[in-house]
Design a protein around this ligand. Structure first.
Ligand code: PLP
Length: 435
C-alpha cells in the first residue's frame, strides 16, 4: 500500500474515481508549483516545459497573481454577466481589445470559460451575422473538443472516433507543412513552399463550397496540438484575400498562440494580418478558466441581444488573474524574453540535430517550439515511442507533452530564464541521445 499523502497513493485513488479517458503523459502527481518548476508530493523538483499546456505564461503561483485572486475572492466571487455589470469583466475586455491588431483594436468581445467555447462562439457569430452556413478549416488543426469545435478539429481522428455526425457544414483543406508536405513535395522549405494548398482552397470554392455560402475560414496562425507547424509567410494574407473576395470572415484561433506565447500578443501580428474574429483561451485567465471571443464592432453590434451567453463566462476572479498576468508580461518585458529564450532554445536543438538524427525538425516562434522526432528513414517515430520518451523525461525531471504525431512540445512559462532553459535542454538532449 502506498504511503498516506504520497504521489503513489494519489494516483491509485485517481485510478479508482477518475475517468480513464483523461490521458496522462506522465505519472507525476503535482503538489505545488513555483515559477518554472513543479514539485510532486515527495518534493521532487521538475522543470516545467509545458506550463499547464501553455496556460501559465507568467509561471506558477506568481505572487502578484496569487494576491489578485485573493483580493477579488474577498470582494466578489461571482454575480454573472447576464444579471448585471462586473468591473473585472470590463477591465480585461478593454485590455484584450487594446492589445489586438488593427481594426480589432476598436472591436468588442465576449468572455467565456474555455478555448472550445471561444471557438464555438466565433463560429456561431460568423454564421449568425453572415447568414451563411459553411466553414472552411484545416487538416492538423485543433479547435477544441465540444461538438461544434470538434467539427473543425482535424489533428487526430481519435478525437472524433464514434462521434459523427458532428456540426455539419465544415470542410477541411490541407495545412501547408513545408517539412512534411501534405502533397508529398520534399524539396521546398517555408520560404519556398509549393503553394499547392492555395489551389486546394480554390478548388474547394470552385467545386464543393459555393463562395456565397462560406461564413468563415477558421485557422490557427501556428498549428498547436497538431504539431507546432509554422505556415509559409504568405499563408495568412492569402486567407485574408480569400475572405475579402468571398465575403467570409477570417477567424484566428489564437487560443494557444495568443497572450504572448510567440513573442507578440497575438501571433497574427507576425504577418500583419487582421482577422475579423479572434478566439482566445488558455493563458488569458492567468491559470484560471477563461475564454474570449473578440470581433470587429460591426459584427458584434449585428448580433442580437441574448443570442449568446454563459453563466460563468467572465468570472471576476479569472478576469483579475488574467489582468494581473497581462500586467506582469508588460512590466517584466516577457514578450522580449519569449523571443530571446525561444531563439536560444531553437538554436540549441538545431546544433544538437547535427549529431542526433532522431531530431528531424526544429521549428516555432517565441516559446512555442516543436522538435519533431524521426526514425532513420526520416519518418515520424511511433506514438508509443514518443510517449515512452516523454515518460522518461518526466523521470529525468522535465515535464513535457507531445504534439502532432512525434513532436516534442516546448512551451514553458514566458518568464523562464536562460539558465533554467539550458538546464532543462541538457536533460532533454541526454534522454534523446540515450533513446
Ligand atoms: C487548447 C485549444 C483549444 C481548446 O481549448 P479548451 O480550453 O481545452 O477548450 C482550442 N484551440 C486551440 C488552438 C487550442 O490550443
Amino acid at each position: 500500500m502506498p504511503a498516506e499523502g504520497s504521489s503513489a497513493q494519489l494516483i491509485e485513488r485517481d485510478k479508482k474515481s477518475v475517468s480513464p479517458t483523461i490521458y496522462r503523459y506522465t505519472d507525476i502527481a503535482f503538489a505545488r508549483g513555483s515559477g518554472s518548476f513543479l514539485y510532486d508530493f515527495e518534493d521532487k523538483r521538475y522543470f516545467d516545459f509545458v506550463a499547464g499546456i501553455a496556460t501559465m505564461n507568467v509561471g506558477h503561483n506568481h505572487p502578484r497573481v496569487v494576491k489578485a485572486i485573493a483580493e477579488q475572492a474577498g470582494e466578489l466571487i461571482h454575480a454573472a454577466a447576464h444579471v448585471g455589470y462586473m468591473k473585472p469583466y470590463v477591465d480585461i475586455m478593454e485590455k484584450l481589445i487594446s492589445l489586438a491588431p488593427a481594426t480589432l483594436n476598436q472591436g468588442k468581445g465576449i468572455l467565456l470559460n474555455s478555448g472550445s467555447e471561444a471557438v464555438e462562439t466565433a463560429i456561431k457569430l460568423a454564421r449568425a451575422v453572415s447568414g451563411r452556413s459553411m466553414v472552411l478549416a484545416f487538416m492538423d488543426s485543433f479547435h477544441g473538443r465540444s461538438m461544434g469545435a470538434l467539427a473543425s478539429t482535424a489533428s487526430n481522428s481519435s478525437y472524433r472516433r464514434h462521434l459523427a455526425p458532428l456540426l455539419s457544414g465544415v470542410e477541411h483543406v490541407p495545412f501547408p507543412n513545408c517539412y512534411r508536405c501534405p502533397f508529398g513535395h520534399t524539396d521546398h522549405d517555408r520560404q519556398d513552399c509549393c503553394g499547392t494548398w492555395r489551389n486546394f482552397i480554390q478548388m474547394t470554392l470552385d467545386k464543393l463550397v459555393h463562395p456565397e455560402d462560406l461564413a468563415a475560414i477558421i485557422v490557427e496562425p501556428i498549428i498547436g496540438e497538431g504539431g507546432y507547424i509554422v505556415p509559409p509567410d504568405d499563408f495568412l494574407q492569402t486567407l485574408r484575400d480569400f475572405c475579402d473576395r468571398t465575403g467570409a470572415f477570417l477567424i484566428a484561433d489564437e487560443v494557444q498562440t495568443g497572450m504572448g506565447r510567440t513573442g507578440t500578443w497575438y501571433a497574427v501580428e507576425h504577418w500583419n494580418v487582421t482577422p475579423d474574429i479572434i478566439a482566445l483561451g488558455k493563458a488569458i485567465g492567468g491559470g484560471l478558466p477563461l475564454g474570449a471571443t473578440l470581433a470587429r464592432s460591426d459584427l458584434m453590434d449585428a448580433w442580437w441581444p441574448a443570442a449568446h451567453g454563459s453563466t460563468f463566462g467572465g468570472n471576476p476572479i479569472a478576469c483579475r488573474a488574467g489582468l494581473e498576468s497581462i500586467a506582469i508580461i508588460e512590466e517584466e518585458k516577457l514578450l522580449d524574453n519569449a523571443t530571446q529564450i525561444g531563439d536560444h532554445i531553437q538554436s540549441r536543438f538545431k546544433t544538437a540535430q547535427k549529431n542526433l538524427p532522431l531530431i528531424g525538425d526544429v521549428r516555432g516562434m517565441g516559446l512555442m517550439i516543436g522538435v519533431e522526432l524521426v526514425d532513420k528513414q526520416g519518418q515520424p517515430i511511433t506514438s508509443d515511442q514518443i510517449k515512452h520518451i516523454i515518460k522518461k523525461l518526466g523521470i529525468a525531471g522535465v515535464v513535457m507533452t507531445k504534439c502532432g504525431q512525434s513532436t516534442l512540445r516546448i512551451a514553458p512559462a514566458l518568464s523562464i530564464t536562460r539558465e533554467i532553459a539550458d538546464e532543462a535542454c541538457e536533460i532533454i538532449l541526454k534522454v534523446l541521445k540515450d533513446f
